[in-house]
Design a protein around this ligand. Structure first.
Ligand code: ADP
Ligand code: MG
Length: 452
C-alpha cells in the first residue's frame, strides 16, 4: 500500500519535491486506523501537515480508503538509523565459480543508516583528524586505536562517522558482527534485561560483537548500574581485541559523575574531536547533499546558504530543504534572492556570518584582482584601496579583532586601524568608494545577486 501511495504522490508533485520530502519518509505502518509516517524533524512534520496531508489522504482514497487518516511522527535520530532504508540495496552477486554463498553481511545493514558512509562524508579541516582515525580503525579494527573516542557538538557528524566505520567493515570483512546502540537504548535494554531476567542474552548481545558503536556516551553520567555493566562489556571486548567506538558531546574528562575506571578506559585509545565546519566545508557538504538528492542548484545559491547557516550540519541540511521547498512551491528557479527570502524568517540578515576569506574574495572579484595580490605587499593605490576596503568590511561583517585581521593580511593591528579610518572618512564622500562598499556589503549579506 505504501508503494501505491508513493506512486500516487509522485504523479502529483514535481520530482524535486518528491525527492526532497518523500524519499526520506519512513512508513511506520497503520496505527488505530491512521497511516503513520516517520519524518526527520519537526520542521518536516509541520511541512507535511501543511502541504501534503490532503494529497496523502487523496492517495489513500484513490486506493479505496473510506475515511483516510494520516499522521506524522518525528523519528528520533537513533531510530532513524535503526530503520531499514525504503529500498534496501540488492544483495551482492554470488562470487562466480564457487558453490557456497559468501557469509551474509545482512545483519549489520539494518542498524546502519545507508546515507552515513565514508563516501558521503565531506572531509574538512574541522573533522579531518576524526575522519582519519575512523578510517584507520575501519581498516584495522581492534588494532589501530581502541577505543576511538569522538566528541563534538550536536549535528557535526559523530553518528555519521561511526556508521561509516560500520559500513566499511561490513563491506571489507563480511561476517563480522557490528552493533550500534545509543547510550539510551543500551540503558533501556539493560533495564529490560534485568526486569525480565535475561542478563545472559543481554551480555551475549553486546559481548559477542567485533565492532561496538556506542553513541552519546555522555548519557552514562549518573547511571551507576549502567556504568557497571558497560565497564564489563568494555573489558570483555577490549581483552578480545574487539573494536569499540564511542561518541560524546564532550571529552571524557568533562563527563561529570563518570566512574574513574571508565573515564580512564575511555582515554586508553585515541580521543579526537569534530569542530564546526568552516565556510568551504559547508559549501562542499551542501553540494554533496544536493547531488545526493538529485537537486540541480547553482553553486552561488549553495554559497549563500553556507554563509547564513554556520552552526551545525543538520541545520545546514534543513536550510537547503527549506530553499528547495520554497522555490518548488512558488515555482521559481533557484537564485540567491529566492534563497535569501526562503531563509529570511529563520535567519535574519544581521545573523549572517561571513568569513575573512569570503570578504577578501568578494572584494577581489569586485576589483578584478587576485586575492593574494590584495593581501600581498604591493603599495600602489590600485592595490592599497581594495586592501583597505577589505579590512574595513571584514571589521564590519565579522567578529574578528584588529590583530586577527592584521594577521590575516600579514600586517599589524595599527595598519588595519589606519585602513579602517581611511575608508570611514571616504565613505559618503567619494562616490566610487561609497558605491563599492555598499555593493559589497549587500552582496556579503546575501541580499543581492551578483549580476545586476
Ligand atoms: P552528531 O551525531 O554529531 O549529532 P550526525 O552524525 O547526526 O551528527 O550528523 C548530522 C547530519 O549532518 C547528518 O545528516 C549527517 O549526514 C550530516 N553530516 C555531518 N557531518 C557531515 C560531513 N562531514 N559530510 C556530510 N554530511 C555530514
Ligand atoms: Mg549523533
Amino acid at each position: 500500500i505504501w508503494a501505491d501511495v508513493l506512486g500516487y504522490v509522485r504523479k502529483n508533485i514535481s520530482e524535486v519535491e518528491y525527492h526532497t520530502w518523500f524519499a526520506p519518509v519512513k512508513n511506520l505502518g497503520v496505527q488505530e486506523g491512521s497511516l503513520v509516517l516517520g519524518v526527520r524533524n519537526s520542521f518536516a512534520q509541520e511541512w507535511f501537515r501543511k502541504h501534503y496531508l490532503e494529497l496523502l489522504e487523496d492517495a489513500l482514497r484513490s486506493l479505496g480508503a473510506q475515511n483516510p487518516q494520516v499522521s506524522f511522527q518525528v523519528l528520533p535520530a537513533a531510530q532513524d538509523a535503526l530503520l531499514l532504508p525504503s529500498d534496501p540495496p540488492p544483495p551482492p552477486p554470488a562470487p562466480a565459480g564457487r558453490a557456497a554463498p559468501a557469509p551474509a553481511p545482512v545483519e549489520n545493514r539494518k542498524v546502519l543508516n545507508p546515507k552515513y558512509t565514508f563516501e558521503n562524508f565531506v572531509v574538512g579541516p574541522n573533522n579531518n583528524l576524526a575522519h582519519a582515525a575512523a578510517l584507520a580503525v575501519a581498516e584495522s579494527p581492534g588494532k589501530a586505536y581502541n577505543p576511538l573516542f569522538i566528541y563534538g557538538d550536536v549535528g557535526l557528524g559523530k553518528t555519521h562517522l561511526m556508521h561509516a566505520v560500520g559500513h566499511y567493515m561490513t563491506e571489507r570483512f563480511p561476517g563480522k558482527r557490528i552493533e550500534y546502540v545509543s547510550t539510551e537504548s543500551f540503558t533501556n535494554d539493560l533495564i529490560n534485561a534485568i526486569r525480565e531476567d535475561r542478563m545472559t542474552q543481554f551480555r551475549n548481545r553486546y559481548r559477542s560483537v567485533d565492532l561496538l558503536l556506542v553513541d552519546d556516551i555522555q548519557f552514562l553520567a549518573g547511571k551507576e548500574r549502567t556504568q557497571e555493566e558497560f565497564f564489563h562489556t568494555f573489558n570483555a571486548l577490549y581483552e578480545n581485541h574487539k573494536q569499540i567506538i564511542l561518541s560524546s558531546d564532550r571529552p571524557p574528562k568533562d563527563i561529570q559523575t563518570l566512574e574513574g575506571r571508565l573515564r580512564s578506559r575511555f582515554e586508553w585509545g585515541l580521543i579526537t574531536d569534530i569542530q564546526s565546519p568552516e565556510y568551504e566545508t559547508r559549501v562542499a557538504i551542501l553540494k554533496m547533499n544536493a547531488e545526493h538528492n538529485r537537486i540541480d542548484i547553482p553553486q552561488e545559491v549553495l554559497e549563500l546558504i553556507a554563509r547564513q547557516v554556520t552552526s551545525n550540519i543538520r541545520e545546514l541540511e534543513g536550510a537547503l530543504m527549506r530553499v528547495v521547498a520554497f522555490s518548488s512551491l512558488n515555482n521559481v528557479p533557484f537564485s540567491r534572492a529566492v534563497a535569501a527570502k526562503a531563509l529570511s524568517n529563520v535567519f535574519t540578515p544581521q545573523e549572517v556570518k561571513v568569513e575573512m576569506m569570503d570578504v577578501l574574495k568578494q572584494v577581489a572579484a569586485h576589483y578584478n584582482m587576485p586575492p593574494d595580490v590584495i593581501r600581498g605587499s604591493g603599495r600602489v593605490r590600485e592595490v592599497v584601496l581594495p586592501r583597505q576596503v577589505a579590512q574595513y568590511l571584514i571589521r564590519e561583517l565579522t567578529d574578528h579583532s584588529l590583530p586577527e585581521i592584521g594577521q590575516f593580511f600579514g600586517r599589524d593591528h595599527s595598519t588595519v586601524m589606519h585602513a579602517i579610518s581611511k575608508v570611514t572618512e571616504q565613505v559618503g564622500r567619494e562616490p566610487e568608494i561609497t558605491a563599492a562598499v555598499e555593493t559589497l556589503r549587500r552582496r556579503m549579506q546575501g541580499l543581492e545577486d551578483d549580476e545586476h
